[in-house]
Design a protein around this ligand. Structure first.
Ligand SMILES: *[C@@H]1O[C@H](CO)[C@@H](O)[C@H](O)[C@H]1NC(C)=O
Length: 237
């Protein structure tokens, strides 16, 4: 058995050894943390409790969508109180006669709910690798006020508003930084040979470029027949 003195001296040695060595900051880290964005400071906080000190005002816990009409998403950047929550949220509109670009979120499942209007939703989820051509599932849903659909992370999805009124929606994401990938843009970013091979040599070289340049640069596409039905001009919507 160790004597009491032996134990306490062992403890003393252990404590000395555990004393942190003087830390010499790497030149890259010499910037003071206050130069970092609030989001970055929140990410660096040691504990969730510490984050509250970086968000001293009650207003820090409110996001006003009315003040952010151009970027209607509360995420870790626009709403730093979300840091550490693993969630983000959008409250927006799909204008009359429009379709959102086929896209996916690489890091989040999306819960998409309609608060007014109607949306036709189409989703292509992951498929088995070997038999995807035979069994590729396409999930279509018509959702209107009070209804919700789910887009699992990585699934391709799009929504069409086929009506003459805007459709209001909310979308909750299971990541602060859900990310977005535009499927057509990204596919056609590959080199021509890769695209030709991918599409079974069915598109010739000059057509690949034509397709590439024809891909709308906007997240929303106008649906022509709907515009006609609603008596709207393309640019008025
Ligand atoms: C849809 O959202 C817009 C913008 O927030 C709002 O002005 C409008 O009243 C909403 N429509 C309905 C039917 O709730």
């Amino acid at each position: 058995m160790l004597s009491k003195i032996a134990i306490s001296s062992l403890l003393a040695v252990a404590l000395v050894q555990a004393r942190p060595m003087e830390i010499v900051p790497h030149p890259m880290l010499e910037r003071s943390t206050t130069e970092l964005s609030l989001t970055a400071q929140l990410r660096l906080a040691d504990t969730a409790a510490d984050r509250y000190q970086l968000l001293p005002k009650d207003e820090d816990f409110v996001f006003d969508f009315n003040k952010n009409p151009d970027l209607p998403i509360a995420n870790h950047i626009s709403f730093p109180a979300l840091v550490g929550s693993g969630a983000s949220f959008s409250l927006s509109q799909l204008p009359a006669c429009s379709m959102s670009f086929v896209h996916l979120h690489p890091r989040a499942t999306e819960l998409f709910a309609i608060t007014s209007g109607r949306v036709l939703s189409e989703m292509v989820p992951e498929g088995g690798v070997l038999d995807s051509k035979v069994n590729q599932r396409v999930i279509r849903a018509e959702i209107s006020q009070g209804m919700l659909t789910i887009y699992p992370a990585g699934s391709f999805h799009t929504q069409v508003n086929p009506d003459c009124e805007p459709a209001n929606f909310t979308a909750a994401f299971t990541s602060e930084d859900s990310g977005i990938s535009l499927v057509a843009d990204q596919t056609f970013a590959f080199s021509d040979d890769v695209i030709a091979a991918t599409f079974g040599q069915s598109i010739a070289g000059e057509d690949i470029d034509k397709v590439r340049h024809a891909i709308p640069g906007n997240m929303l596409i106008k649906v022509e027949e709907c515009l006609t039905k609603c008596g709207k001009q393309k640019r008025q919507v």
